[in-house]
Design a protein around this ligand. Structure first.
Ligand code: MN
Length: 255
């Protein structure tokens, strides 16, 4: 990609998944660890990919993820995307997720970080307008989406002031806004919201209830007994976690 540029400088960028890995207990959840560094991180012909995952955690939200620099840059959109340009949807920046995360649809066990049902609500490719790394740094990212549900021009803009989820303003997370730009895909405020018009999975057509009922896709490591899973996970954790990292137990925040 001509626009793609290698990020550098900060430790967070060198190990972009460190935060993601610290926040999860891989002995209890089988979410991807993000250790597939050798695999390509783009779609066919180098296209950039995005996914929106509908996530029924403590509070229903939509995780908006842009594949970039080998990971999924992620925002939790409280009310979900809107095609009405007058809707400025709060999008709380969350930790980068592993590339493999984009395909997951299933259940994170109760009591684990983000416990609840995850649906691949939309997916497709995206085209950045301008320098993505600079846009992430400056807090202004314009792009076009080529999804099954989300199309056309969109912008993510970082807000000034205190960061955080509503009611948790001290969480240290950045507040951004996801806004539809005016184009042929834009809709009126009176139109049915896309989240209601097309509520089901973009890959399986399933409802949240149908996904929740399918225990075979739960992210617990199937076929492994708990003790074995713990010892495997402990070994992997020891390699993956930096000496100054916090314990990897879930901190009780649900995003
Ligand atoms: Mn989430």
């Amino acid at each position: 990609m001509a626009l793609r540029k290698q990020s550098r400088t900060t430790g967070e960028v060198k190990r972009p998944l460190a935060r993601y890995q610290r926040m999860r207990d891989f002995s209890a959840t089988a979410e991807p660890r993000g250790e597939d560094a050798s695999r390509p991180k783009t779609g066919k012909a180098g296209t950039l990919l995005f996914v929106v995952q509908k996530h029924a955690a403590t509070r229903l939200h939509y995780d908006f993820r842009l594949g970039w620099d080998g990971v999924l840059k992620s925002w939790a959109v409280t009310k979900g995307p809107s095609y009405y340009p007058g809707d400025k949807r709060l999008a709380v920046r969350v930790e980068d997720h592993p590339w493999d995360y984009r395909n997951f649809e299933g259940t994170i066990p109760k009591g684990q970080y983000g416990g609840g049902t995850v649906m691949v609500w939309d997916q497709g490719s995206w085209t950045p307008h301008g320098d993505v790394d600079q846009g992430l740094k400056d807090g202004h990212l314009k792009f076009e989406l080529h999804g099954k549900k989300l199309k056309g021009e969109w912008v993510l803009v970082r807000m000034h002031g205190r960061a955080g989820w509503p009611g948790k303003e001290n969480s240290g997370k950045e507040n951004w806004l996801l806004i539809k730009e005016k184009d042929k895909f834009a809709r009126d405020s009176s139109d049915e919201p896309i989240t209601e018009e097309a509520p089901n999975s973009a890959v399986s057509g399933r409802t949240m209830e149908e996904i929740a009922a399918k225990s075979d896709r739960v992210w617990n490591s199937a076929g492994r007994n708990a003790k074995e899973a713990r010892s495997v996970a402990a070994g992997e954790k020891a390699r993956a976690v930096a000496p100054d990292a916090q314990p990897s137990r879930a901190r009780g925040k649900r995003t």
